[in-house]
Design a protein around this ligand. Structure first.
Ligand code: RFL
Ligand code: PHB
Length: 390
């Protein structure tokens, strides 16, 4: 039997970040993770951080490499009708975005947890959550075939969309909202210099494309594909040809190609579970909500949940009561719904939904309006860089 203050399920970015922030504030936690450390750190996912996420990583003591290697972007490009419109994020709302891979964040946090002597148990199976309505909940799990238990004050579900914690609450106490989009993203990672200095989101009659990056020598590109597509259907050559065809001429001719080092297909969905607290169990990040990746809000929302929760836990353990913990669900959800709206809107604006020219014409009209109207540009920029914390 292991005893701790906070038991965290899942060692993705939200679980590790929470554990590290609690540690820096004198609160003990244990993290239980189903996969190996190498697997968690090798998963190619998010790459674009809001300033609030950067600040929180700094507060967790892992800002050093991030500040050295992260690429700061003051603007973002929207491509449509063969033209390129740059949104000057910095000029419109005073903030920039930082490119730094989720792989690097989990590595930095994993190292910090080891350096601090923290307990992160990888490759655990059959996690079950019990007693969330009691003062001492218990988590049972198996490690190397041996059954064990963690007893704690609070349980935090940081175990992603397919995790166990959300499914362990009584169905009558949880409401879920879901929208599945009729397309997916095909992502490719390649060691070629990015086509441009900033990100390019492209609306094209053949479908959406996104040019992102991980460094000055490593590109991350995405294409809208069908949910039925398989990675085997997409040779590198087909991918590069299709990407080139969806970019404006000025970028297409400059694009460098090379062998892919990772290729994957991800479905797109919006999902929100309400509330995000059940007795002594809190849901955080993808365990509670999913957004489509257009706009890069997923990891940033997970970090925003952690920000609210760790402050509540600090207040509780310093003997200042549970007001902040009681407000966790409503405060987190207020931001979640705004990011859900923005991600849905940006997805709807940029993707090809049907053959119907009317829908595409409306998208182009809205993009033109965005390019012409400082008010519309500002509304976009404010949401893209992340709304202020209230
Ligand atoms: P994670 O990262 O899914 O981590 C959950 C962890 O829990 C473990 N787990 C369990 N452990 C124990 N017992 C169980 N029964 C368990 N079940 C699961 C899992 O193994 C895993 O280690 O959730 P977390 O920490 O909430 O983090 C969320 C982010 O990973 C996610 O929101 C982002 O990656 C989304 N996302 C993006 N977000 C951004 O902010 N900016 C981006 O640029 C961005 N790009 C993306 C993305 C997601 C993508 N995909 C593949 C969905 C691009 C893509 C393509
Ligand atoms: C990424 O770099 O993986 C990325 C960037 C921006 C997005 C989504 C993903 O909107």
């Amino acid at each position: 039997m292991i005893r701790t203050q906070v038991a965290i399920i899942g060692a993705g970015p939200s679980g590790l970040l929470l554990s590290q922030l609690l540690h820096r504030n004198g609160i003990d936690s244990v993290v239980l993770e189903r996969r190996s450390r190498d697997y968690v750190e090798g998963r190619i996912r998010a790459g674009l951080l809001e300033r609030g996420t950067v600040e929180l990583l700094e507060a967790a003591g892992v800002g050093e490499r991030l500040n050295r290697e992260g690429l700061v972007h003051d603007g973002v490009e929207l491509a449509f009708s063969g033209r390129i419109h740059r949104v000057d994020l910095k000029a419109l709302c005073g903030h920039a975005m930082t490119v730094y891979g989720q792989t690097e964040i989990t590595k930095d946090l994993g190292d910090a947890r080891v350096a601090a002597g923290g307990t992160v148990l990888y490759e655990v199976d059959d996690v079950t959550v019990n007693g969330i309505d009691s003062a001492r909940p218990r988590i049972a799990f198996s490690s190397l075939g041996i059954r064990d238990e963690v007893e704690c004050d609070f349980v935090v579900g940081c175990d992603g969309f397919h995790g166990v914690t959300r499914r362990s609450v009584p169905a009558a106490t949880i409401t879920t909202h879901e929208r599945v989009y009729p397309f997916a993203w095909l992502g490719v990672l390649a060691d070629v210099p990015p086509v441009a200095d900033e990100l390019i989101y492209a609306n094209h009659s053949r479908g959406f494309a996104l040019c992102s990056m991980r460094s000055r020598t490593r590109s991350r590109y995405y294409l809208q594909c069908t949910p039925a597509d398989r990675v085997e259907d997409w040779s590198d050559e087909r991918f590069w040809d299709e990407l080139r065809s969806r970019l404006p001429e000025a970028h297409a001719i400059r694009m460098q190609t090379g062998p892919s080092i990772e290729k994957s297909i991800a479905p797109l969905r919006s999902f929100v579970a309400e509330p995000m607290r059940f007795g002594r169990l809190f849901l955080v990040g993808d365990a509670a909500h999913i957004v489509p990746p257009t706009g890069a809000k997923g990891l940033n929302l997970a970090a925003a949940d952690v920000r609210v929760l760790y402050q509540g836990l600090i207040e509780f353990y310093r003997g200042r009561g549970d007001r902040l913990l009681d407000e966790y669900s409503s405060r987190a959800l207020a931001r979640v719904w705004k990011a859900t709206r923005f991600s849905w809107w940006f997805t709807t604006l940029m993707h090809r939904f049907s053959d119907e020219p009317f829908a595409h014409k409306l998208q182009l009209a809205e993009l033109e309006y965005l390019a012409e109207s400082p008010a519309a540009s500002r509304a976009f920029a404010e949401n893209y860089v992340g709304l202020d914390f209230t």
